[in-house]
Design a binder for this molecule. Structure first.
Ligand code: AMP
Length: 173
């Protein structure tokens, strides 16, 4: 199946000039959702992985399915103020201003091998901050995993030294 055809593109959302790649239409389509999840599982089924780390909020959808299929734990990275126990935080740059994400301090430990999952990589700012959090806890990132990559925004280059895998590529953004 051509999974890209199941993605809805919404021009000028959430603001002018953004081509929003909406995965909800893929998720609604059972064959497409299955194919995406199976593709990720097939890639990592023989890999030594201790945890899948999902980035709020669409990273939770694919990440938790992948963790379940791999038989490993699922760890969440959230926007500030949502996690109840002790956390570490990482700030990152947005087009205007900054944002912060955080992870529970005891979620992963030194030596753990993790996959970091989000729905989409654009500039790479969000995933870089997530990788920093994982590495601050002493764990190793096996690969950063996305349903969609927007190569024109060069997020992959920001992740130097880390492996990046994306299932669908949308050029021209
Ligand atoms: P970035 O930090 O620039 O790589 O942006 C990645 C985050 O923003 C991901 O969590 C995406 O869900 C969201 N995002 C950025 N650009 C888009 C886009 N064009 N369509 C859908 N989601 C986007």
């Amino acid at each position: 199946m051509d999974l890209k055809k199941t993605i809805r593109t919404v021009p000028d959302w959430p603001k002018k000039g953004i081509m929003f790649r909406d995965i909800t239409t893929l998720l609604q389509n059972p064959a497409a959702f299955k194919e995406l999840c199976d593709t990720l599982y097939e890639r990592y089924k023989n890999e030594a992985v201790d945890y899948v780390v999902g980035i709020e909020s669409r990273g939770f959808i694919l990440g938790s399915v992948l963790a379940y299929k791999l038989g490993v734990g699922f760890v969440i990275i959230r926007k500030p103020g949502k996690l109840p126990a002790e956390t570490i935080k990482q700030e990152y740059k947005l087009e205007y201003g900054t944002d912060t994400i955080e992870i529970h301090k005891d979620a992963i430990k030194p030596g753990d091998k993790v996959l970091v999952v989000d729905d989409l990589i654009a500039t790479g700012g969000t995933v870089c901050a997530a990788v920093d959090l994982v590495e601050k806890l002493g764990a190793t990132v096996v690969e950063c995993v996305f349903a969609i990559e927007l190569p024109d925004l060069k997020g992959r280059e920001k992740l130097t030294g880390h492996k990046v895998y994306s299932v669908m590529i949308f050029e021209g953004d």
